[in-house]
Design a protein around this ligand. Sequence first.
Ligand SMILES: *Cc1c(COP(=O)(O)O)cnc(C)c1O
Length: 366
Amino acid sequence: MIPITTVQFGQEEEQLVLEVLRSGSVAQGPKVAQLENRFGELFGAPHVVAVNNGTTALVAALQVLDLQPGDEVITSPFTFVATLNAILEAGATATFADIRAEDFNLDPDSVAGRITDRTKVILPVHLYGQMADMDPLEALANDRGLRILEDSAQSHGATYNGRHAGSYGLGTFSLYATKNITTGEGGLITTDDDDIADRLRVLRNQGMRARYVYEMAGNNYRLTDLQAALGIPQLERYASIVDSRRHNAERLIDGLQDVPGIIVPRQLEGRGHVWHQFTVRVTSDAPVDRDEFVQKLAERGVGAGVYYPKLVFDYDAYRTHPRVVMSDVPVAERIVSEVVSLPVHTALTEADLDEIVAAVRAVVGA
Ligand SMILES: *Cc1c(COP(=O)(O)O)cnc(C)c1O
């Protein structure tokens, strides 16, 4: 079976983790600082604050914005549940705009129509490794006095007209096991705002400014040096990780772009896609539906994944939630029934790529 995701660590990771183990200081310390600094250097972020996971990163980023009950955060209905959970955890109300089929991300025109007097934050999710259409989103935010928080959990190093994911105000990243860079569990927050960065660091450590001097009601959101040691070498070779993912994506596009009923993903003009996922759409022109497609690929030894099978609010827990405001999102509604992600990770061989292409073609009879 060709798996949909793998983790690959090398000797550098082993050595650095050993170094931390032997140092005897395994909690947050110099390795966390090194991870933050290196991430900031690579992706042009003036401040990087590491936390224990990507969900916490979103929660903390929303918490420092001091949202009041009733304040609204507009986000994508086509995302991992963490995006929504974080908004609710921060005490805000979640509202939704539709997405565009071309990049699976928030449609700025739809966002414009969903802004109310209570809206405080636009929260685009850079899904699958490609950034949302940030120019019009930034213009909207500036126009209406809103904050931007980018859920970049899947888009480390992605760019939009040369600007990195996470550089539009506040950005959050996940370092979970399946993400492009992983520390097992982990998260990062980026910002260019000195004051926000300072508050995030205090919030992360029980609200403590100096020993037993508490400045705010905080929490323990700290990452450990053991985890940071895993992440640092991946940052050093991240360019080659992305090259490999791009190569694989190009091979899959070449092999599949003429297949009737299958729409392959594209890197849009001006965007640097980091190919966290390679997600095709199985349309009604295909001889099988999406779920059969996944099933038949599995029978041929190709692990495919559906990210995500339903809109994020389309569960009882959220449908009846007083702070979840559902709305009509026809494009997202269609897309959830069509998407399938194929393996694109760095462990794929040329033979694997041929096999994936052949399996897809066989399943749809092309
Ligand atoms: C993975 C992910 C998160 C949450 O990150 P964790 O580290 O798993 O908590 C948030 N948003 C999106 C879009 C994700 O893919």
